[in-house]
Design a binder for this molecule. Structure first.
Ligand code: MN
Ligand code: MN
Length: 465
């Protein structure tokens, strides 16, 4: 079954909507380069759409009715949004799930040091990256520093036109004969990913004869104190992330694609969010769940393995049908979910890694993976055939274009998502999402047509599955 390229099928009106969604999506990519920034965007947009913090609702103690819109945030890094449907919560929800953490390089807790004329921040990479891809390019620093008194200092350096950027250096090719003989995984080693941040010494006090030590580091600390009110010790309680500097860009002469950092998995997260905010009526409760830590195994309080989601569902059951452990279980077991994550788009330059008949192609619509995992489907959530049939019906009825795919050739590699975790509740879950090229590289590539079909598909799912 060969799916056709979508571009020539669109009407003028559809192309206009496609362009509007692309523009909105790119803006979100620019404003949301960390999981905290993504949660911030989601909360802002949810509030504008009439959503309320579930904590307020619990305090009021009033019951929630059909059409009520609430959200819950966990540690500023994970968010669940709900719009209550006509049916009770225990009949199940339609859940859109995606992750908002992306591969990157984090700053260690004791990071500032000076070495031979430069000041650096010591780093530790996050998620699966090809380390050699992150050197010799402009980088930005995003995150928070939390002071001992609890004050949160937001940091974002390298994004404004007149901001400085940072860099991780690479060895000049003239002297790299030995380096180039190394395996790609060792060309740049983890401990060599330190971020260069300064080269100018602090001004010496007059009358001092001997040159002080670490004058460049001292200057860095002076600047940090002056501009942000933070000290060297404050790095101990900071979450700072190094990401590529700059904005999401149209890619291609025809402007058909988007090149940007962090599309894994924000291409699914933001399209899910857009679809969620568009829901004005639904039989079943609509839910959008944006989680952290997927790239390192969905662990921790803000990862999918945490009980945060289950706890919030319990609160909602209490606020609608009355407290009942059984009804919480029913709500989860009767739910249906699209676990959305990026799929490996077919890349003609690396066709040896793909099997054409089961590959996801850019420009051919929303991608469904019945299973992910590796080798003999190891670690996969193998979606139920009956559920796949229901999805085909809903997508076809809503005129959504989609493709069924696998992540590369059978024996080549593999990957996982949050699908199997939610499947533990006994709910129907399938991996779906948008195909990208350059996955986990500093700049990932998607097709605007697929972004558009994702929003359409997610809307149809929330309303009709
Ligand atoms: Mn992902
Ligand atoms: Mn990933």
């Amino acid at each position: 079954m060969d799916k056709k390229n979508l571009w020539n099928r669109y009407s003028e009106a559809e192309l206009q909507e496609l362009n509007e969604i692309s523009a909105k999506y790119k803006k979100c990519l620019d404003d949301g380069k960390t999981e905290r920034e993504c949660v911030h965007i989601a909360v802002q947009m949810a509030k504008e759409a009439g959503y309320r913090d579930v904590k307020e609702v619990i305090k009021e103690g009033k019951k929630l009715e059909t059409g009520a819109k609430v959200y819950a945030v966990c540690m500023d890094k994970m968010i669940a949004m709900f719009r209550l449907g006509d049916e009770p919560l225990s009949s199940g929800m339609n859940i859109l799930g995606a992750h908002i953490d992306s591969p990157r390089i984090d700053i260690k807790q004791n990071p500032v040091y000076e070495n031979t004329g430069f000041a650096y921040l010591d780093t530790h990479y996050y998620g699966g990256i090809k380390k050699y891809q992150w050197v010799a390019q402009p980088l930005a620093l995003h995150g928070v520093v939390v002071k001992k008194d609890g004050a949160i200092v937001n940091i974002c350096i390298g994004e404004k036109e007149d901001d400085p950027v940072f860099v991780i250096t690479d060895l000049l090719v003239h002297l790299a004969a030995k380096q180039l003989e190394k395996k790609a995984s060792e060309v740049i080693e983890g401990e060599k990913l330190d971020l260069m941040i300064a080269s100018r010494p602090i001004e010496q006090e007059e009358g001092l004869e001997k040159e002080e030590k670490d004058t460049i580091k001292k200057n860095v600390l002076r600047i940090l104190e002056k501009s942000y009110g933070i000290t060297e010790e404050d790095f101990a309680s900071a979450e700072l992330e190094i990401v590529p500097a700059g904005k999401a860009r149209d890619c291609g002469l025809d402007g058909s694609m988007i090149l940007s950092y962090g599309q894994d998995d924000r291409v699914c997260a933001f399209t899910s969010l857009f679809a969620m905010l568009d829901v004005t009526e639904s039989k079943r409760t609509a839910c959008c769940l944006l989680v952290d830590k997927e790239e390192i195994g969905s662990v921790g309080a803000t990862g999918m393995h945490s009980l945060f989601f289950e706890n919030i569902v319990a609160e909602l059951v209490a606020l609608t049908e009355g407290e009942s452990n059984l009804k919480v279980r029913r709500a989860l077991a009767n739910s249906r979910m699209l676990s959305s994550d990026v799929s490996a788009g077919f890349d003609p330059m690396f066709e040896e890694a793909f099997e054409r008949r089961s590959a996801a192609f850019l420009g051919k619509g929303l991608s469904f993976n019945k299973f992910t995992g590796s080798r003999g489907k190891n670690g996969s959530n193998d979606a139920n055939a009956e559920y796949l049939a229901a999805l085909r019906r809903v997508m076809d009825d809503a005129n959504v274009e989609y493709q069924f795919s696998e992540l590369g050739k059978v024996d080549v590699g593999g990957g996982g998502t949050i699908a199997y975790i939610m499947a533990n509740y006994g709910m129907e879950v399938i991996d779906s999402g948008v195909a990208v090229l350059n996955m986990h590289a500093p700049y990932e590539l998607s097709s605007k047509a697929d972004v558009y079909e994702a929003v359409k598909g997610y809307r149809a799912f929330l309303k009709n599955i």
